[in-house]
Write a protein of this length. Sequence first.
Length: 384
Amino acid sequence: MTYYIHADKFFLENMTTEGGYLEIQDNGQFGYYYSEQEKPAGKIVDYPGKWIAPGLVDTHVHGSLKEDVMRSDWDGINHLSEGFLQSGVTSWLPTTYTAGADTLSRICQMFGDHRGEETGAKIQGLHFEGPYFTAEHAGAENPKYLLDPDINQFNQWREESKGLLNKISLAPERKGSREFIRNVVKEGVIVSLGHSSADFEQAAAGIAAGATMFTHTFNGMPDPSHHAPSISNAAMALHNVTDELICDGHHVKKEMVRALIQLKGPEHIALITDCMEAGMMPDGDYMLGELPVYVQDGMARLKSNDNLAGSILQLKTAVKNVVDWNAATPEEAIMMASYVPAKSAHILDKCGSIAPDKDADFIVLNPDMTLSETYLSGKSRYKA
């Protein structure tokens, strides 16, 4: 049955409104938005004092709830998709780590074979973080699997995923990267640059070849320099690119978060979590792919060298953080965690905003930016 959401504020695709009514059609999709003066006839679900925003979109996430994209079976992946509703996430790109070719093939086949079967947050693609990285900035990636880009191998993985593999992060200084980028972009794949020692010119060449993003900006790359500009400087300076950003306060300090958002504008920042299996779990020992990790004081670190190893961040927390840090307004924070990541991953037609005939995936927020409720396809699926 069609019904209407009434709340104090709505974060629509093109504007933020005070009050009104949002139509949720009986097919589980959004209909029209009506102003306070246009009260519709029909069932009204009232949320006094609450704000309505699009469901969050995490385009770079490895796991949570002791589940891991690299090691979980399909039941585990579905458990993960259900769990993400607690984070306000309604769409996501399962993200791999650098691994052997056979392992990556197995993962592609699993996601391809079960496409569309998840019952929680919707899988809108598959993101390969690696294996085309540089050892110097491998971070928590396993260096023994690092390779130069191979278009034939990548196309095999795409085929095994039944076309679900739609994003790859790579280091632009690897041999053959420009040709690889140009070719996969023609096929509709999004290329993001990261885990790289590239200087400014190498990064700019990757963008000129067709890459459109930077992977967890400032992490897995040299620091910005005013004498020897690096890939970090390129992420700050180049136009019409999207910078991923982990806003847990550990990966990038809040002062630098504020600076990057101010410099690039929120329309070019995609909030991500880079969360690993310890997300929503207690401190202790975990695994990141094949590498042992310990979690303490809100951080996941490799046991071998103490490098940061992904995060335990939830996307709803990143949204609240950038507002609490005065790095963004609530409107900008929501945009950076929904519209921008969806647009950057070429899935804005499916998710990322409140607009007619899109799936009614949305969240109910308190004015302090904490999550109250998550809806998926027009049905309430999680209450805080």
